[in-house]
Design a protein around this ligand. Structure first.
Ligand SMILES: Nc1ncnc2c1ncn2[C@@H]1O[C@H](COP(=O)(O)OP(=O)(O)OP(=O)(O)O)[C@@H](O)[C@H]1O
Ligand SMILES: [Mg+2]
Length: 461
């Protein structure tokens, strides 16, 4: 509800305006002097001040100056009698929204105040947009068809329409931020701001001022009043990334905001209220952090209401070809290249890799491959070394130390292994997938061995 502060030394004017504005549905406060008005502004959030010009003590023009300096977000309307019309005009030049002349016309009061409110709304909105430039985003394309990913999307659909806090868990690069955006996009808040903030990267005081804003002079370097992200995200969604890293004291402060929607800007006494949906994300095991005393249990329960667990890429290998092709096409389009897909070897390597960096790692690998590719199909050697390299060798022998068979009838394990692999390879009609299966090793390991033996020079050949 919009809040109006009426400042006039005449009680009749205060009462009269309170009544008119109250009927318009505004919350009205009054002050009988400029000093009292400034005191009130320290404690309550006000949208518009209507002030008389001539008052004992500080007059209306001086009050206007103080408000413009200390509370630039407030619109001021000057109330003027016949004798003070020229100072009212002066006031408008100095930044007042407009003036009202006594005696009042009902409609004039209504219209002037509602215009001032509209002006303020527009300015707040602009400020929010400026604040959130980085927060606007292109529609997300969520790729994935595996059961576990479908379950994620089902949860998104269940969470999105509610105002509830949501928590997204998953290893690095699994798409936590993407899912947070999706929750926002599918929610009734979609037309408002989605603002991400990385909580892990900031000391407490900075995080606090980022989230809650600050008053001019609240700390060294705070040279003007500043809105925080909670205000910027009003009606929208605030994404608290790496929420597992915030301090215990910030946790309790955040918990209070989550419970009441109310907070203070740093260095201010007035309570502000917002309606913000919080989505948190972490790759930490919060439950364990609670047990260790690093995370508040009450805060955890508050966040934990709706939880989405994003599976690691290696837990949904079925999505690898979809994602790989998606990223390949995206990069190809960007570089104006024509790429048609992957050789069997290349795809085998992609499917066998453990992807510790998950989707992000795959995305980067595909960008690199698309750039390096010299033929329409991505080859095994277009992939990064750590993708084609084997991390999970199932064979007992270190292939970089080929055993020596020093004559005689004793064979080294490496020689035995080579002979065995080649025999199975021939028996499987040189079908690599089948060979790997029979040998019980992954395909990547097999490719590397075949190359080592000189059987497989060029993958795909
Ligand atoms: N299902 C998906 N479909 C398409 N792109 C995806 C998908 N999941 C993740 N990505 C892409 O992978 C990259 C990493 O995703 P995101 O930043 O959301 O991960 P994260 O879990 O927040 O990672 P971190 O923990 O490192 O912050 C982004 O470029 C994102 O667009
Ligand atoms: Mg992230």
């Amino acid at each position: 509800m919009p809040r109006i502060l009426v400042v006039d030394d005449e009680e009749a004017i205060r009462l009269g305006l309170s009544e008119i504005l109250g009927e318009e549905g505004y919350e009205v406060a009054t002050a009988e002097s400029a000093d009292k008005a400034l005191a009130t502004l320290q404690d309550v959030v006000v949208d518009v001040v209507c002030s008389d010009v001539r008052m004992p003590g500080m007059d209306g023009l001086e009050l206007l100056g103080r408000i413009k300096e200390e509370h630039p977000e407030i619109e001021v309307i000057i109330i003027t009698g016949y004798a003070t019309v020229s100072s009212a005009v002066d006031a408008v030049k100095k930044g007042a929204h407009d003036y009202l002349s006594k005696p009042f016309e009902l409609d004039e009061v209504r219209i002037t105040v509602s215009q001032a409110l509209e002006k303020k709304r527009l300015r707040d909105r602009t400020q929010r947009l400026e604040r959130g430039v980085k927060a606007r985003h292109a529609p997300t394309h969520l790729i994935g068809d595996s059961d576990s990913f479908r379950k994620v999307l089902e949860m998104v659909d269940r969470i999105a329409p509610t105002p509830s806090t949501a928590l997204i868990l998953g290893e690095t690069g699994t798409g936590k931020e993407l899912i947070a955006r999706e929750i926002h996009d599918r929610s009734p808040r979609a037309s408002q701001m989605f603002i991400p903030i990385n909580c892990g990267a900031m000391p407490d005081t900075l995080l606090e001022s980022e989230l809650f804003g600050h008053a001019k002079g609240a700390f060294t370097g705070a040279d003007k009043n500043s809105q925080g992200l909670f205000e910027a995200a009003d009606q929208g969604t605030l994404f608290l990334d790496e929420i597992g890293n915030i301090s215990l004291s910030m946790q309790s402060r955040l918990l209070r905001v989550l419970e009441t929607g109310e907070f203070l800007r740093l260095g201010e006494r007035k309570v502000r209220k917002v309606d913000v949906r919080i989505v948190g994300a972490t790759n930490a095991d919060l439950k364990q952090e609670v047990e260790k005393g690093n995370f508040r249990q009450d805060f955890y329960y508050r966040l934990h209401v709706m939880t989405i667990h994003l599976p690691a890429l290696r837990e949904r290998t079925g999505d690898i070809p979809l994602l790989a092709n998606y990223f390949l096409e995206k990069t190809a389009a960007r570089f104006g290249k024509t790429l048609t897909g992957f050789t069997e070897e290349a795809m085998g390597a992609l499917e066998a890799h453990a992807w510790p960096g998950n989707v992000r790692e795959l995305e980067h690998a595909m960008e690199r491959a698309a750039i390096l590719a010299s033929s329409p199909q991505i080859q095994w050697e277009d992939l990064p070394a750590d993708v084609t390299e084997d991390h999970s060798v199932t064979l007992p022998v270190d292939p970089s130390q080929p055993g020596k068979s020093d004559g005689g009838s004793l064979e080294s394990l490496a020689d035995l292994e080579k002979a065995h692999i080649l025999r199975v390879f021939e028996e499987c009609n040189r079908h690599r997938g089948k060979t790997a299966e029979v040998l019980g090793i992954n395909r990547r390991t097999l490719y590397r061995k075949l190359i080592e033996y000189g059987v497989e020079g060029e993958p795909g050949s």
